[in-house]
Design a binder for this molecule. Sequence first.
Ligand SMILES: Nc1ncnc2c1ncn2[C@@H]1O[C@H](COP(=O)(O)OP(=O)(O)OP(=O)(O)O)[C@@H](O)[C@H]1O
Length: 307
Amino acid sequence: MQEVILSARKLSKMYGNHIALNDVNVELKQGEIYGLVGKNGAGKTTFLRCITGQTFATEGVISLFGVGSERELNKQRKRIGAIIETPSFYSYMTAEQNLEYYRVQRGIPGKHCVREALHEVGLLDAGKKKYKSFSLGMKQRLGLALALMNQPELLLLDEPINGLDPFGIVEIRNLLLKLNREKNITILISSHILSELTNLVTYYGFIDQGRMVRQLSSEELAQESKQYIELKVDKVEEMTALLETRLGCTSYKVTPELTIHIYDYLDQPSKISEMAVRNGIALNAITIKDINLENYFIQLVGGKSND
Ligand SMILES: Nc1ncnc2c1ncn2[C@@H]1O[C@H](COP(=O)(O)OP(=O)(O)OP(=O)(O)O)[C@@H](O)[C@H]1O
């Protein structure tokens, strides 16, 4: 069985009267890449800060690497690497000088870890280039190198892809996949743009106004966000029975509003409508729906995306 690396149970956080986190449960197993998705202000950073101990949860229990007591938790936190805010690097220093500065400040033993971390993120060649002339992608990679210096087993990354161009997004994604696969680092990454996490994340958590709205695997998300036929009929049970017996179609679901979503027969919707009519079922609507990832996100949390 995979080890549970991070468990947060019934986590709540109040800032005065404002509820930033409300009864949030998250479990992260070894080797997973968990995407925490939510609009600005949803509570993502607050959640990450509770995990790293930068702020304290008002209620709830956190355990890391199977350990939950407050004193022990702080020891376990040393096994985390995190980028929660853009780290402030010195503009006139090189990548190596900046990391060396933080290594000494944080008391991380062994100078070699600086070059190792730079190698991991592909910045060893940045040489004498000063931080001020780095591209945004390079800056993000340096932030990642900083988080990697203490050889973490769990990486917590708050919006590391924010603002990057498509090339930069792919670069960071590949880097994170490499760290995950080759070093077995478990990753929790937040974003307010769901599509940024595609092909990276294995498990999603959607957070809105401090509440966890939905958690599902990437396979489940792919299933739910693909094209389907939406069918509105008067006799739902009869229709689903026909779908199964006559068309051998089992890839459908019935929503709480009693519409049927069919994931097969997208190229032949007329087969479905003809069958309904032949069997005396009134067909109120048949539409092909194309729910892309961003629409899925918007539907889930309500309102507009704040991309
Ligand atoms: N130190 C603080 N004091 C008071 N309120 C805060 C504090 N930090 C965050 N909040 C509030 O808590 C809510 C959650 O903020 P949080 O930063 O966790 O959201 P987020 O999902 O990370 O969004 P963003 O991407 O904008 O940072 C917001 O309404 C925010 O205004």
